[in-house]
Design a protein around this ligand. Structure first.
Ligand code: FAD
Length: 319
């Protein structure tokens, strides 16, 4: 029996969220006394044996030209084949965009129960009970999966990556791979130098910036910090920034290590997408702004004075 972890990669580079999922899956295997195994689809530029550092013993590597671009239907069938042949009883995904597309499809195919958005290791003392955040993080639900095969997707940034000495055995897996029904004919990076969902640091701004012409100072700070850019919804609605930077209940949900919110009031719908950030810094000229209640650090001040000073300070620290 095994715990099988899906390894997500972009252009051959394994995502940070997958290292979290690998650690998480290996810990489940430790709890259940099973073996942790990983499945990788398509070409990867990294050393797959090194995934053993998270506690994974075996990596099933399925290679086919058809797998070099993501197609959820094709991927689902392949992952299900690997799960069945390896006798996986728990299958772990990241709850990122690929995981959101794959976990439910794989669960249906394997007639497995699914918990999406796990935030902690399952409690196996009495069945298999997975904790997840509900109602935009305002409450916690403990959900029991009753089926023999279980699918869990782990929230991004909910679990600390751990490494130790260890190499995994990399085994080619011969799967039946369907021809994809869709073809990606090109992709363009729409904004920002760093991907928002993968970023460790996110610099975000809201209507307090008054207009799109003032974003240069936000971009400067993001550049210095190697951060991704985000914004509140009204900013995207007003076309000051592109919609793919809009975070919140109706935008992208993120969980970086550091979220810097500039001139954002902190409405509940905004917080719903950012409250899983490890550290939140709020810059707002109104000391009563609701965002301060959710902040780890708050600066009451005019963004137009504060932000350039922070950027200068970061520059100095970096030398
Ligand atoms: P404002 O509320 O106008 O706040 C601007 C802030 O900037 C204020 O706190 C002000 O004190 C501060 N400020 C002004 N000038 C300065 C200055 N010079 N220096 C420093 N601070 C300054 N919103 C989202 O963001 N994401 C969502 O996904 C989302 N989904 C929604 C879904 C629904 C169904 C609904 C009803 C609303 C949703 N909203 C969402 C909108 C949300 O309710 C708020 O209206 C929005 O988040 C407010 O954006 P803001 O903070 O940028 O603007």
């Amino acid at each position: 029996m095994s715990v099988l972890i899906f390894v997500d990669h972009l252009h051959g580079h394994i995502k940070k969220a997958s290292h979290e999922a690998l650690t998480y899956g290996a810990k489940i295997a430790e709890q259940t006394g099973d073996t942790a195994e990983a499945v990788v689809l398509g070409n990867v530029s990294e050393d797959l044996a090194a995934l053993g550092q998270h506690g994974v013993k075996k990596v099933h590597h399925v290679q086919s030209d058809a797998l070099n671009t993501f197609d959820s239907q094709v991927y689902t069938k392949v992952i299900a084949q690997v799960a069945e042949q390896s006798g996986a009883k728990v299958i772990v995904f990241s709850n990122n965009s690929s995981g959101k597309a794959l976990a439910p499809r794989v669960a249906v195919r394997l007639k497995a129960g699914l918990v999406a958005g796990a935030t902690a290791l399952p409690d196996i003392s009495n069945g298999f009970v997975v904790r997840k955040a509900v109602f935009s993080g305002k409450a916690v639900a403990n959900v029991a999966i009753k089926t023999d095969v279980k699918v869990v997707s782990l929230n991004v940034n909910a679990f600390t990556i751990s490494t130790s000495e260890g190499t995994a055995e990399v085994v080619p897996f011969n799967a039946t791979v369907d021809a994809p029904k869709t073809k990606i004919v090109g992709s363009t990076k729409t904004s920002g130098k760093v991907s928002l969902t993968e970023a460790d640091v996110v610099v975000s701004a809201g209507r307090g910036l008054k207009g799109p012409e003032n974003w240069k100072m936000v971009e400067d700070l993001a550049d210095e910090l190697g951060a991704a850019l985000a914004c509140s919804r009204p900013v995207a609605d007003a076309h000051w920034r592109p919609h793919n930077e809009h975070v919140g209940q109706t935008g992208i949900a993120i969980a970086p290590n550091l979220y810097i919110a500039i001139g954002i009031s902190g409405a509940i719908q905004h917080l719903a997408g950012v409250n899983r950030s490890k550290t939140i810094v709020v810059i707002n000229k109104d000391p009563e702004a609701p965002f301060f209640k959710a902040a780890d650090y708050g600066i009451v001040g005019d963004a137009f004075e504060v932000v350039p000073k922070i950027t200068e300070a970061v520059k100095k620290i970096k030398g």
